[in-house]
Design a protein around this ligand. Sequence first.
Ligand code: HCA
Length: 430
Amino acid sequence: MELYRDVFPRGEPPRILFDGGAPRWFEPDRIAVTDTTLRDGQQGWRPITVEEGLRIYELLVELGGRGSIVSTELFLYTPRDRELARKIIEYGVEYPRPIGWIRATMNDLKLVVEAGLEETTLLTSISDYHIYYKFGVTRERAFEKYLSVVEEAMKRGIVVRCTLEDATRASLEKNVLPFVERLMRLSERYGVDFRVKVADTLGLGLPFPEVPPPRGVPALVSALREAGLRADQIEFHGHNDLGLVVANHLAAWIYGAGLSNCTLLGIGERAGNCPLEVMLLHYAGLTGRLDRVNLKALPRVVETLEAMGYQVPEYQPLVGRNAFRTKAGVHIDGLLKNPEVYLPFDPAIVGRKAEVAVTAYGGRAAVLMWLRSRLPREAAERLSKNDPRVEAVYREVVRVFDESGRHTPLSDEEMERIAARYFPELGGRD
Ligand code: HCA
């Protein structure tokens, strides 16, 4: 039997292994997740209250406070933003460290200084689409404006994280590298570190190393390493417009970026950002550092966001209602024989259980699995597909679908009503 236990260890997230041929700039010991739920998430969803923001921050601490989520970005524009920033700073935990998010203006920089933050993201739009069409200026004028704010920040000892906005539509030779070189020179002059955030603003990036810039994420990230930046100086921030956001974030890590900038559940502008929880799972898969992630907190994330009015899509990986629920008889039969047959990993890792939704197509296996999930342990273990009571429940289920032309699975309450006729201990109402 070959089960590839090194890649699919029991009770752990699937591992991503290289056979010694890992890409040149990949440094698993230096990768981390960064958060932007309170910035891009809030911007793409709705303004949140201070209490809601704090609750979200606490969830981030629970999920990645042991060193996998290293920073969280904050708006500073309204009194509410500033109050939230103050409370998060007061919270005083090491991770995720609060940083600012501002545009490249002196007034915005003042907000960072007043908030007492040591680091801030700075929006430095880099493609000619943005420079010429949005700002209506030349490259040189745009760079001068950005660099004047960077310089002022450095004079004050503030670390800037320059967002290369729209990097996947920007020239590497004419825009990205010349700007980064000027950042390096300023950094040397003032002895203050800096980072760059490679932003795939419109989700146009591609994860394949053979694709050249501007769309190729591996090419873009490796070029920054070749220019002399360290892994922890490069962050990647993607959007999901073309459905590739997780692949692009993985590619960024593997080809040399240290930081992966995400939001909880991928909430963000248009088709959203990169789901932080998925990248935490891959973080564990790439580094083996299970001690640094706590994905068991995910059901609390869902509960909290739903209580705030956010609807988690049913089919969303890891967190959706359907993520570990199966309806197909063939799958359920496999799950009953060994859960590993039809589960990508043990759902307990993310605080979930495998579930079954009973339809006419689930067969006796679905009925058996549903019953086993409800009955006391011993009775559940003794029950088999051949038990006449399982057959009786199954026939009733089929009748419901035949007689009513119904399409949706039976709810737990409906199943309880049927099952209780044969299993009085289930106590359903008839
Ligand atoms: C935006 C665009 C942005 C910025 C990224 C960042 C992008 O909302 O202004 O600075 O974190 O994708 O370029 O989200």
